[in-house]
Design a protein around this ligand. Sequence first.
Ligand code: RIB
Ligand code: CA
Length: 311
Amino acid sequence: MRRKIIIDTDPGQDDAFAILLALASPELEVLGLTAVAGNVPLALTERNARIICELAGRPDIRVFAGCDKPLSRVLVTAEHVHGKTGLDGPAMVEPTMPLEAQHGVDFIIETLRREPAHTVTLCPLGPLTNIAEAFRRAPDVAGRVQQIVLMGGAYFEVGNITPAAEFNIYVDPEAADIVMKSGAPVVVMPLDVTHKVLTTRARVEGFRALGTEVGRVCAEWADFFERFDMEKYGSEGAPLHDPTVIAYLLQPGLFKGRHCNVEIEVQSDLTRGMTVADWWGVTDRPANALFIGSVDADGFFALLTERLARL
Ligand code: RIB
Ligand code: CA
């Protein structure tokens, strides 16, 4: 039985790796991609999602446009990391596959109502606006979700867009608050773990050595994407954030984490979007998430590269 997933995404080079990994993995059935405003505006994230599907040879995948701005905040984007198009690095051709007419939020609601309860996993890779809006418009669907495995937040690693907050949560903290309080089973892939999967030269050359169009494009995305984090952190390569979500579905044993309470700062300007994880259990707040802290990085890149080779 293939696992049914919806990927909610703001491509973004690292989102592209996640989508390619999912499309290369027969264990997963991608019911659709819902684009959200985040790294770049919605008009680009929905275009980029279609470009990635065509690169994977999957123009049959249903791609939907969701929300074009956060629930109540002004949109903050990240062209400084991802470039003007969101997929800077290699030159990409305009997609020819169609964008679905239905709004992404309506697709999420309709799918969760149609599929048997607890058989669809949501994989948000950007701001949580679409997921939160679906739960607001249709409160019945939160209880039908099998699992939410999301990339976002940070605890020991602290923030990447502000000293306190990770980008996806920072852009739409109210949406993250709704998702974390929804009662759905949530797995959080924070910077604590994604900063441990760095695109070292050897790993990027591993993509290029595939000798395929996918391998070349992935290597060139990594070459572009890593310069921001390397300058900032002085690290050897950049964190390949979003594919950790898909890798968790495929090989959860690669990861280690802790069930704990995670709450979102929505009041303070100073710490807006901070994910306050009670990792040490110093409160009696109920555990509402599996918060991932570590990963077998070599195992992750072996899985990713092996699957990319299939495209
Ligand atoms: O902070 C990293 C996250 O923000 C990743 O999902 C990246 O694609 C951006 O959306
Ligand atoms: Ca993303």
